[in-house]
Design a protein around this ligand. Structure first.
Ligand code: GLN
Length: 190
C-alpha cells in the first residue's frame, strides 16, 4: 500500500491525515529527511508560508525536498503549500522550494475577514460541483507552458498541475469531499 506523507511543521496537518484515513490510505507525519524517504507522495498543508518556509530550513529539509520533487516525488500544496512550491511569488524576492512554474500572489483576496466559500466544477477531479474553502488564499497569477489549469474562480487560477505537482489555493481537507485526496492518491500510484 502507498504511504502519503503530510509535512508536519505547521498548519492544517491533522485535517489532511484525517482525510487520508477516511479514504483508506496510510498517512504519515513528515518532519525529518528519513521520513521524507519513506513516502510515495507528500502533501504540503495550508498554514503560513513564511513560518513553514523557515521551519523547512531549520529542519534542513529544503534542499532534500527540492531534490526529491525534481526527481519526481508526487507533491500537493494546499494554500501556503502552493506558495512554497511556486518558482515566483509576486512582490517578493524570496521563494522556497522553487519547484512549479507558476507565479503566485499571496493573500490575493485580502485578509482573514475576506475568507470565503464557493463551489466550482472541476472536471479533472470530480463530476459534480465541489465546495472550495479560501482562507487568506493566494491565487496563481501566471503559469509556464507545461502547467495545466484545473480550476478558475472568476478570472483567477486556483488549481493547477504540472507533472508530479498539484496545487490548490483552497482547502479540500476542510470540506466533506474527498475527491482531491483520491486524485492525489492516484498521482502517487503512477
Ligand atoms: N496567507 C497564507 C500565506 O501567505 C496562506 C493561508 C493558508 O494557507 N490558508 O502563507
Amino acid at each position: 500500500m502507498k504511504t502519503i506523507g503530510v509535512l508536519a511543521l505547521q498548519g492544517a496537518v491533522a485535517e489532511h491525515l484525517d482525510k487520508l484515513e477516511q479514504i483508506g490510505t496510510a498517512g504519515k507525519k513528515v518532519r525529518t529527511i528519513n521520513e521524507l524517504q519513506q513516502i510515495d507522495g507528500l502533501i504540503i498543508p495550508g498554514g503560513e508560508s513564511t513560518a513553514i518556509g523557515k521551519l523547512l530550513d531549520d529542519f534542513a529539509l529544503t534542499e532534500p525536498l527540492e531534490k526529491l520533487i525534481k526527481d519526481g516525488l508526487p507533491v500537493w500544496g494546499t494554500c501556503a503549500g502552493m506558495i512554497l512550491l511556486a518558482k515566483r511569488i509576486c512582490g517578493q524576492e524570496k521563494t522556497y522550494l522553487n519547484a512549479m512554474d507558476i507565479s503566485v500572489r499571496r493573500n490575493a483576496y485580502g485578509g482573514q475577514l475576506d475568507s470565503f466559500i464557493t463551489t466550482c466544477q472541476i472536471p479533472a477531479i470530480a463530476s459534480g460541483k465541489l465546495p472550495l474553502v479560501f482562507i487568506r488564499a493566494p491565487y496563481i497569477q501566471d503559469i509556464g507552458k507545461t502547467v495545466k489549469i484545473l480550476a478558475e474562480v472568476g478570472e483567477n487560477i486556483v488549481a493547477a498541475r504540472q507533472d508530479n505537482m498539484l496545487v490548490t489555493s483552497f482547502h479540500p481537507e476542510l470540506t466533506h469531499v474527498d475527491d482531491f485526496h483520491k486524485y492525489f492518491r492516484q498521482m502517487c500510484c503512477q
